[in-house]
Design a protein around this ligand. Structure first.
Ligand SMILES: CC(=O)N[C@@H](Cc1ccc2ccccc2c1)C(=O)O
Ligand SMILES: [Mg+2]
Length: 368
């Protein structure tokens, strides 16, 4: 394959309801779509950066700049383009894993379409559908939270994840347990909002049979998570900390986590995501697929990844209507609490032109 050029398209997707976490409250998801054009095919990658560097150090304007100034020119210089050539070509540039992931995924999508392979086939998926969990934001009141959880359970979601932060943790968890019972798969995500000094407060979650506590401490605090794991019975899961297979091996070896949330955008792409899956499987560490409020494009790739055998816990691979009234692709719809893995070549779906036009803020073409 030869690179003809790359389109950077910024879109704005209004959320069906504000989504509040310990680091931000969002009402619109601003997304960067990367479209790679080769001689005979095109491919899409969805960059998971936020508009502001609040979840990670990356943010969308920086991703646009590093793609235009460094990453796309590096690919254009390659004599031949295939999915395996992308990461080595981009390795000299430090960081920017989300920008790199979007570009690699776009090349992968084009390559898979050229070879008439689906993402699931290529990754080694062993399931045709995956169980869906849902991430529930911090709410204004416990009754409002219980209504939201009731709605999601009625839709059939198989696992509930509650965003927590200091002051909104034990009470909402206790209320969900009291209202919906011990049978509901339940976990929490702090997005780094606590410190090791909060260990006693986090240990108060132990009686509620949570699957895990996700990223309680700062993403760089490996030692802190290992110390916390000694003082809290609920398993610790890491998200922001795990940026590569090496960092997963390091965190596991140091006892900082016993579950891993894999997000291909955060780790530099689906090839690295599969490596992390393999490292975790080798250590008997269960993994699940995290979410970054992707459109159907990113969602399709995540669902294919979540169909690998080590993904034994429901992920944040929710239906499209969890976040968006209308998606830019055919929507993912929950069926008996599961999402079907796309079977068509590449990501298995494409943007619907009219829908894409409706949410497009700007586009930029970069000649190879
Ligand atoms: C589904 C879920 O909880 N995702 C992230 C948090 C998150 C939430 C909202 C986001 C909005 C824009 C970009 C990144 C975002 C990440 C998490 O697991 O930690
Ligand atoms: Mg998380």
């Amino acid at each position: 394959m030869k690179l003809v050029g790359v389109e950077l398209r910024r879109i704005a997707m209004p959320l069906v309801a504000p989504f509040r976490t310990s680091f931000a409250t969002l009402t619109t998801r601003e997304i960067l779509l990367v479209r790679v054009e080769t001689e005979h095919h095109e491919g899409y990658g969805e960059c998971v950066t936020m508009a502001d560097p609040l979840y990670s150090s990356e943010y969308t304007a920086a991703a646009v700049d590093v793609l235009r100034s460094h990453l796309v020119p590096a690919l254009a210089a390659l004599p031949a383009l295939d999915p395996w050539a992308v990461a080595p070509a981009l390795a000299p540039f430090k960081g920017h894993r989300m920008a790199k992931a979007a570009l690699e995924t776009a090349v992968l999508d084009a390559w898979l379409r050229a070879h008439e392979l689906s993402m699931g086939q290529w990754l080694g998926a062993t399931a045709e559908r995956v169980p869906a969990g849902v991430s529930v934001g911090i709410m204004d009141s416990v009754p409002a939270l219980l209504d939201a959880v009731d709605g999601y359970l009625s839709e059939g979601y198989l696992r509930i994840k509650l965003k927590i932060e200091p002051g909104w943790d034990v009470e909402p968890v206790r209320a969900v347990r009291e209202r919906f019972g011990d049978g509901v798969l339940l976990q929490v995500d702090a997005n780094t909002a606590y410190t090791l000094g909060d260990a006693a407060q986090l240990a108060r979650l132990d009686p509620y049979g949570l699957l895990l506590i996700e990223q309680p401490l700062d993403e760089e605090d490996i030692r802190g998570h290992a110390a916390l794991a000694e003082r809290v019975r609920t398993p610790i899961c890491l998200d922001e900390t795990i940026v590569s297979a090496r960092s997963a091996a390091d965190a596991i070896a140091r006892g900082a986590c016993s579950v891993v949330n894999i997000k291909p955008g955060r780790v530099g792409g689906y090839l690295e995501a599969r490596r992390i899956h393999d490292v975790c499987a080798a250590h008997s560490v269960p993994v699940w697929c995290g979410g970054m409020l992707e459109t159907g494009l990113g969602r399709a790739a995540n669902v294919a990844l979540a169909a690998l055998p080590g993904f034994t816990l429901p992920g944040d691979t929710s239906a499209s209507d969890r976040y968006y009234r209308t998606d830019i692709t055919e929507p993912f719809v929950l069926k008996d609490g599961h999402l079907d893995v796309p079977r068509a070549p590449g990501l298995g779906l494409s943007p619907i032109p009219e829908k894409l036009a409706e949410v497009t803020e700007s586009t930029e073409w970069i000649n190879a």
